[in-house]
Every structure is written in C-alpha cells, then in structure tokens.
Write a protein that binds this ligand. Structure first.
Ligand code: TEU
Length: 561
C-alpha cells in the first residue's frame, strides 16, 4: 500500500500518506449525469463532468456501485462483480472514465459491497439450489424452528425480519438488508478468497481503492444464531474475526502492489476504540472508516423519528473522534452521502441562509483533521426534497418503512411522509442540478426520480455564476487542504464545548495556529470570541469582511492567529 509510515501519529513530515491531504468526491452514478437520455445517469455522463470535478479540485472520486444489478437497492445488490450494468455503460466506458480521470490526476475508488450479494448473483442461485450445493455454505442457511418460524428474531435494516424462507429447500437465509440481498458467509474461506481475487482484478484494471460497504458486518456472531438465546437483536455483527478478515484482505489484495491506494470501511456502530484499531497503520486493515455517531444524533427511537439537532452533542461527538484518533489512526469527515438527508436542510437553514449555512458547515467540516468527503450536489448547496406523495419515492428503505408504518403500525400517512421528507435517502438521490434547463440538465429523457423542483434557482451553473458561490467556497477549502499542513495534519482542540450555538476550535502545528469560529444560528452572535483575534489574519469567511462585527447569522470564519 502507500507510504504507511512508521512514524505515528502522522505528523507534518512528508511521511504522512497522500490521503491525509486529499479530498474525496462521491458520485452516485444513477443521479449524476445521463449521457444517453434513458433517465438514468451513467459512466459517460460522469466522464463528461470530469472537468467540473477537476475544477473543484478533488483528488479522488468514489463511485457508488456500477456493477450489474437488479437495482432493488440501486446497485448495492450486485449480480456480477466483474462487469458494468448496461444502464451505466460497458467495461470500455469504465476504462475510458478511469483513463480520463487519471489524466486529470483524479483517482477512482470503487464501492465494494461484499457483506451481501444480490439474490440474482450466480453464487446465490447455486447456493439456494439444494442443501448439497457446493456453494450452500457461502451464505447463511438455517432450518426453521419447530413451529416453522425463523431461526431468530433479527430484523433487517429495511424493515421486517432478517430471515426469508426459501421454498426450494425449505430453509431460511439471512439478509441484514433487503430480502434480495442475502448475506455472504465470510467464515467460509472460499468466499473470502473469491472476493479478494475479484478485488485484485479491479486493481489490475487500474482502480485506486475501495469504499467498503458495511464492512464491519461481514463478521457475524454465529453463536448468537444458533445459541439458546436465539435472537438478541443487537450485537450480532462485528464478530471478533473482523480484524483477522480485514488484515487478510489487505494482505491478499494489496501486498506487493506499488501504488497510491485508498481504503475506507463503512462501519455502522463502530466505536472510537475500534476505529483506532481498524485504522492503525501498523495493523494494515483500512486507511479510515465511516462512523455514524454524528449522523445519528438527530434520530430518536429510530431513523425515521427525527429530533432537533443538539449542536453541543454534535460538536462534542466530532471532537471525541478527533481526540480519539489523534495518536493512532485517521478520521474520515462527512456530513452527506447517498444515505443521508441533505446537509443544508438537515443542519442548516435552506431557505433564508442557504449559502451561509452550506458554507458554514463546509468550513467547519473541512477544517477538522481527517479526509473530507463531498457528496455530489453538496458543493452547490442542494437541498432536501419534499415530494407530496409516497408514489414519487424510489428508495427501498423509505418505501418499506412507509408500508410497514402505515399498514402494520397504523401510523398516519402524513406523519410518515413527513419523516421521509426529513430523513429519507431519496433526499440525496434526486438528480444533480446542473442548469436551469429542462430536468436540471441531468437528462434529455425522463429521470428515474423527479428532479427537485427548486432547480431553476439551485443549480451548478447559477451557483458558479453567483457572487456567493458555494462551489467557489469548496474550491478554497480543498485548496487549503492541499497547501496548508496545519489544515491537513495539525492538532485539533474544541473551544467552548457547551456553547449552544458557537462552534469554535483551533488547529495547531509547529508553525501556526488556526482558529475556526462559526455561528450556528439564525441570530447574530454577540458574545466574545473565545480567543483574541485583534491581530489575527482572516483567511476565509462566508460574509463580506467586517471583522469588527459580531458573527452574523450562519457566519463562519477561519483566522490565522
Ligand atoms: O449503508 C449501510 C447503513 O448502515 C445505512 O446507512 C443504511 O443505508 C440505512 O440507511 C440504514 O438506515 C450501506 C449503503 O451505503 C446503503 O446505500 C445500502 O443500502 C446498504 O449499505 C446496503 O448495502
């Protein structure tokens, strides 16, 4: 793998790996750019936007899955790991995208979805065909209990039980997500080695790494499946083998390769201590993880039970991760992705202060220590959508939740729809808004999901032409990460942790000290700033310079002290 230095923690020395100074941009291919008018984004569409990404300045593009898939979960249900889904293009299109991205200095990271496959994958077809199948043990099969019910009470992340009875053999198979996404049995070494071989083929093709979908779920606590308790809901994942699997994967896939790779493991429920271990360079597991603590703080009993954000909780959570991974390991930084509502609607003010709150959060996030991830549309301040009826939604998670809540739990449709408005994943998945033209310039056809009706005002062209451009602000943040060692590697310290609306922290290195202050509020901040800025240099802010004024609504400033 890359120059994983023995010096820990990563310091200002050149020994720090390349991705400590990099910014990643996530493309959700279905919704990015459609080149052929079928209403679904594709690889050639992405290729046509490479100059846009190069101008933004990002170092890496993470592609959400583009493999052949029945698309029950928009490609997170993979039928064939070795090819490209025709809706996205061909392997030749992929090679062309890769080459043209590399020409611009942009690396491509693939989505690796190997906790589960599609139920249409040939491995699963073979596995389900008979109890004697040589691939039977590639998935989790169990006999029904005496009363015919599922082996235990585990539930799926997409509503309903995590077990489905398969008629062919009269046994249940495990799926932590949709029933079309059966979980692979990683205890079987054949499964692991098949996955590693597939990963090597993608690296041989030239890709630059992997974002690993729910990778901490691959290790199950099998004793809980068969044990007397039968169904302790929680804690059935993150089995003790997880570190062994990831080390083996690293060894089998990356050892002996010269190249600058990036690996990031998506890990729901991961703790700081676990994350430090997963990302400890001497352990050779993954470079960084996606943790979920900070994006769970505005959820009540469950994901579709939104509660107001407590800023104190958010900043102390992120600060704990900063401190927890300061000595060993590395953070990823994100507030948006294809599973999360839009940042500016969720934590900002997407009506009166859209530019200000989008740029405030950008400044706050990008000035933390870690590798920042930008999700398509975030860089132009795209917002949530509020479709008036559930018919307009496409996401399996929202649709299953709606059906279950309305039909089984008798909740009022309007309140369930309200929760989908606030938390649903389709907020992030409406087409990228390029222009004020038809279908926001995303497609010449009919998009697979409707465009957010606010596209005439909110689109990349308008944003970039404006004096208050979110895109231009992201460009400056990305530039800062590339050029400023303190931004990339400096120490983090949270200030005023219990202040309800002020987000303040410092980043320090041997050569300088930076202060970040942000007023997370519709009201001006009139108190004193936590440090004296009378002689400080204002490096970046989201309002016209007037350092004598208190912080205006959603104002954020970066000072060099
Ligand atoms: O997501 C896993 C995950 O834990 C959640 O974010 C999930 O999307 C859901 O919202 C829980 O409420 C990953 C992918 O990012 C997601 O798109 C896939 O649907 C999922 O795994 C299954 O592959």
């Amino acid at each position: 793998m890359t120059d994983l230095s023995e010096h820990r923690p990563f310091s200002e020395s050149q020994a720090a790996p390349w991705w400590t100074r990099a910014v990643v941009y996530q493309v959700y291919p279905r919704s990015f750019a459609d080149s052929d008018g079928d209403g679904i984004g594709d690889l050639n569409g992405i290729r046509s936007k490479l100059d846009y990404l190069a101008e933004l300045g990002v170092d890496v593009v993470w592609l959400s899955p583009v493999y052949p898939s029945p698309q029950h979960d928009n490609g997170y249900d993979i039928r064939d790991y070795e090819d490209i889904d025709p809706v996205f293009g061909t392997l030749d299109d992929f090679d062309a995208l890769l080459a043209e991205a590399h020409d611009r200095g942009i690396r491509i990271v693939m989505d690796l979805v190997v906790n589960h496959t599609s139920d249409e994958h040939e491995w699963f077809r073979e596995s389900r065909s008979s109890t004697d199948s040589p691939k039977r043990d590639w998935y989790w099969w169990r006999k029904p209990r005496e009363d015919g019910s599922a082996p235990n009470g585990w539930t799926s992340a997409f509503s309903g039980p995590a077990w489905t009875l398969d008629e062919t053999t009269g046994e249940y198979y495990l799926h932590l997500f949709a029933k079309q996404q059966p979980d692979l049995n990683w205890e079987n070494p054949e499964v692991r080695h098949a996955v590693y071989a597939m990963m090597r083929r993608w690296l041989d093709r030239g890709v630059d790494g992997f974002r690993m979908d729910v990778i901490n779920l691959i290790a199950k606590r099998a004793e809980l499946i068969d044990g007397p308790e039968r169904g302790a809901g929680d804690g059935f994942v993150m089995g003790p083998q997880i570190h062994e699997y990831l080390r083996e994967m690293h060894r089998e896939v990356f050892d002996g390769r010269e190249g600058a790779y990036l690996t990031v493991g998506e890990m729901p429920g991961v703790s700081i201590d676990d994350a430090a271990l997963f990302t400890d360079p001497t352990q050779q597991e993954v470079d960084m993880v996606f943790q979920f603590e900070h994006v769970s703080l505005d959820q009540g009993a469950h994901k579709f039970d939104p509660i107001p954000l407590d800023l104190v909780a958010l900043k102390t959570s992120l600060a704990r991760w900063q401190v927890g991974l300061a000595e060993t390991g590395w953070n990823s930084l994100y507030l948006n992705n294809h599973d999360q509502p839009r940042l500016v609607s969720r934590f900002g003010n997407d009506t009166d202060y859209r530019y200000e709150s989008a740029t405030l959060w950008a400044l706050v996030l990008h000035l933390h220590r870690g590798t920042p991830y930008v999700y398509q549309g975030e860089e132009i301040g795209m917002t949530n959508v509020r479709f008036e009826s559930i018919e307009h939604y496409r996401d399996i998670e929202s649709l299953n939740h709606y059906r279950e809540a309305v039909e089984e739990f008798d909740q009022a449709p309007s309140s369930v729809l309200g929760a989908v408005h606030a938390m649903g994943r389709d907020n992030a998945r409406t087409p990228m808004q390029w222009t004020a033209g038809e279908q926001a310039g995303f497609t010449t056809g009919t998009p697979w999901i409707a465009v957010n009706p606010n596209y005439p005002e909110i689109n990349a062209e308008a944003d970039r032409a404006s004096g208050t451009s979110v895109f231009a602000f992201y460009q400056r943040l990305i530039e800062l990460r590339h050029t400023n060692d303190t931004v990339a590697l400096g120490d983090f310290e949270l200030l005023e942790p219990s202040h309800p609306t002020l987000y303040a922290f410092t980043r320090s290195s041997s050569s300088e000290r930076l202060l970040i202050v942000a007023n997370v509020s519709d009201d001006p901040f009139t108190g004193d700033l936590p440090l004296d800025v009378s002689t400080a240099e204002l490096l970046l802010g989201n309002y016209p310079v007037d350092a004598d004024l208190p912080l205006r609504p959603w104002e954020a400033r970066l000072y060099r002290l």
